[in-house]
Ligand binder design. Sequence first.
Ligand code: ADP
Ligand code: MG
Length: 482
Amino acid sequence: MAEDYKRVWTACLDVIKDTLGPENRKAYDTWFLPIVPIQLDGNTLIVQVPSPFFYEWLEEHYVDLLKRVIRMQLGPGAMLKYSIVMDQTIPSEPLRTTLPSSHNRRTTENPLADLPVNINKDNVREIPNPFVIPGMQKQRIPSQLSPNYTLENFVEGDCNRLARSAGYAVAERPGTTSFNPLLLHSNVGLGKTHLANAIGMKTKELNPDKKVLYVTSEQFMQQYAEAGRAGTTNDFIHFYELIDVLIVDDIQFWAGKAQKTQEAFFHIFNHLHQRNCQIIITSDKAPSDLQGLEPRLLSRLKWGLNADLQAPDVDTRKAILRQKLQNDGIDMADDIIEYIAYNINTNVRELEGALISLIAQSSLNRKQITLDLTKQMIDKYIQSSTREITIEYIQKVVCDSLNLPVDSIQQTSRKREIVQARQLSMYFAKKITKSSLAAIGMQCGNKDHATVLHACKTIENLRQTDRHIRSLVDELEKKLAE
Ligand code: ADP
Ligand code: MG
């Protein structure tokens, strides 16, 4: 009967479900429901599994159970063959394998005896076995978390309430809330790194057996590049696939570059997500402004919760200052705290910076911290720290050095030097300011973000290939830094 394979597999599933019992319901849902029966060939049942990893996991953990149920249904000589859906995104190896590709593997015999396996004849590819590193499952992986950044010392305010409580929920039940991935985004200095780290710390406290790992996107990219050079890309990927809670800080760093890294991460992301592992990501741009990130990765980032951190209001700023002072065991009069909190309103990093400068000043000069001293100090601090380079300023510096009137940037002219002035302005605006590509485009002749991106690439390329442009860019860079 044509539908026999389905009937056989359904009967197998019933036994498996029964054997695993309700306490293992999750394992049943994760590892058995996704299996699709595709053919019955004599006493051999062929099933399709979603990935090589999936297959290996089954072999490692459930081979006896599978052997038993298959034989119950199809007799003592029964066999199971797998057809594995290959993910096209596995980085570094060109994969020409079509989906699904089947291979003949006798799993009902000695399950791990003849790994690695060839998937098909034309494109011999090893299935990397994540369990080859002995003891890896039990090995403790240093989390790279900083004990200084905790949820306890992350001051709550309206600006961060949603992100903070989502973070707490994630730490309590990593991977099983709908906040997966949890994406934290904000402008710089508003607490993303602190909060992401704090969630990791709390997760470890509440779930000591979970493997938590914090990495910056830059570290991840470097490790991936090194693994590529050393020929250990598979180990790299398998290492990350063993993590239960993965925190990647500052993912915007990959935008417009690191395509291979993004592919590798995409693959790891899918794998972890499928296994209900928690992924926490931070970015200094909202997903809608993360141009240059792989679209399919971007779409994954939108699956879970997207929480932003706003600049704190004055009461939260005061609370943060008090908390830092208490931490350092320093007493400070309320009017001084208020003065700082009212006057530094950009971000928490600046707030901390001002406080540290004030404390340093007073102890170096052996002066008491008075309101007067605070005023002098803070006013100076504001002047030096808020000098921000604006897009208009960049346009002025660029046009001056090219002997063009500033407003030529706004003209629709396609004259070569005007186009170049526009492109240079866009390039530096992207490099120096925090403005989004869309905002830069709008201020540079009402162009769209794609034009800005193109301009940045053009200048970058010319810089590599054209001596004249290189020295112009260097000179402008110096002027802008003055
Ligand atoms: P980001 O990663 O967003 O640039 P950070 O996490 O590095 O920002 O935060 C900058 C500084 O401000 C850190 O020292 C951090 O401890 C502090 N900070 C930010 N938000 C808070 C908060 N809500 N409570 C206490 N400290 C905070
Ligand atoms: Mg940060």
